[in-house]
Write a protein that binds this ligand. Structure first.
Ligand SMILES: [Zn+2]
Ligand SMILES: [Zn+2]
Length: 385
């Protein structure tokens, strides 16, 4: 920017104006030309920078004296960092205004919430939620599932930019593509930095002058996709699996949200799940219980053989180590607890009846006290409940 202009003229003040007059004149002009009030209009932005530069020189007695005496040459290179202090970019100009006037009245929302979303957050696509149905066997071994999802995809015409073919989204001049405006502000707590979405581009960082006709400038189109989800072994019902970055892409090239799979584990009627442990009810015949036997028991990993001792009682619990579900994050597996029930036949053929009647003549009498309570205690002990 050329500085052939006179700083006093820029602010419209007399050469002998005092500090109060300079401040007042600047404030009035700044409120008028502030980019937040002019939708990023370039001419206003230039004017805002110009008046701020003039104000920053004239408000400082030392700089003002040098300027009065030597003109622009007198203050060049005297910025706080040794840099040329009179060339402000917009963010520096906004900082000056914030420092002395606290912005347009809403300048503090960054620290009081509301202005903290960065460009990344603002541009991020939505999370995509899917319900994932699993069987217990899939939980036991872990699995890979494919799910069809309705989502959005990058627009193939504009490659997600949102700009019409042959045109490009241009970098926003106000924020220089960052999507946010950082301002140094003074408060009773001292100086701090406020960050708010860029008023010119709404936080996009770019401005689409001619929107793509296919996606209307959004950069995304409707799509159906198949997503592969790796389900680790041992997951629990209603747990979530989060696949970072597999959600809906953000508008105009913004980062995608996450894919969240909510697990819906189908109950396996054979097993009762208690954390990593499983409980299975095993009916055995009277003779198996009385004589002992080797019996096949289902597990989530296939059949397993359980040996029950002679004299096994109803309700006794047998543990098959490691045949429960995998312990997620800890390694190892829970156990399968097999709860034995002696099954009483409801229909007897003639031979069975004859043999049982024969047995009844020689069998002993059961103990007086009920064993039911004792066996329930045993189950609770086995399960640690
Ligand atoms: Zn498009
Ligand atoms: Zn911007």
């Amino acid at each position: 920017m050329a500085h052939s202009v006179d700083f006093y003229d820029v602010l419209g003040v007399a050469r002998d104006a005092d500090d109060g007059e300079i401040k007042k004149a600047y404030r009035k002009l700044a409120m008028e030309h502030h980019p937040d009030r002019n939708n990023g209009d370039k001419a206003s932005e230039e004017r805002f920078k110009e008046i701020t530069e003039a104000y920053e020189v004239l408000r400082d007695p030392e700089k003002r004296a040098a300027y009065d005496r030597y003109g622009i040459a007198g203050i060049r290179g005297r910025g706080p960092s040794g840099a040329d202090s009179i060339h402000f970019d917009l963010s520096e100009a906004l900082s000056v205004f914030m420092r002395d006037f606290g912005g347009l009245g809403g300048g503090f929302d960054a620290i009081f919430g509301g202005g903290q979303r960065t460009q990344r957050d603002r541009h991020r696509g939505q999370d995509l939620k899917v319900a994932l149905k699993l069987t217990l066997a899939e939980v036991a071994t872990g699995t890979q599932k494919s799910v069809r999802v309705r989502t959005l995809d990058r627009c193939p015409v504009c490659s997600g930019s949102g700009a019409k073919a042959g045109t490009r989204a241009v970098t926003c001049g106000t924020c220089r593509g960052t999507g946010e405006v950082r301002r140094n502000a003074q408060s009773i707590f001292g100086q701090f930095l406020t960050v708010s979405p860029c008023p010119t581009c709404g936080g996009d960082g770019t401005i689409v002058e001619k929107p793509c006709e296919r996606c209307d400038g959004d950069g995304r189109v409707k799509a159906e996709k198949t997503v592969q989800i790796d389900v680790p072994a041992g997951v629990a019902d209603h747990h979530y699996l989060t696949l970072r970055g597999h959600g809906v892409p953000g508008p105009r090239g913004g980062p995608p949200g996450d894919l969240i799979a909510v697990l819906d584990i189908k109950e396996d009627p054979r097993f009762e799940r208690r954390g990593d442990d499983l409980v299975y009810d095993l009916p055995v015949s009277f003779t198996q219980a009385a004589l002992g036997a080797e019996i096949d028991v289902p597990t989530p990993y296939g059949q397993s053989t359980l040996r029950i001792a002679a004299g096994t009682q109803t309700g006794s619990v047998h543990r098959i180590r490691g045949k429960g579900l995998p312990r997620i994050g800890e390694g190892g597996h829970g156990d399968l607890h097999v709860r034995v029930h002696v099954w009483t036949p409801t229909k007897l053929n003639a031979e069975q009846r004859r043999l049982l009647e024969q047995l009844s003549e020689v069998e002993g009498t059961p103990p007086a006290e009920s064993t039911g309570k004792h066996l329930w205690e045993e189950l609770k002990r086995a399960l640690g409940i």
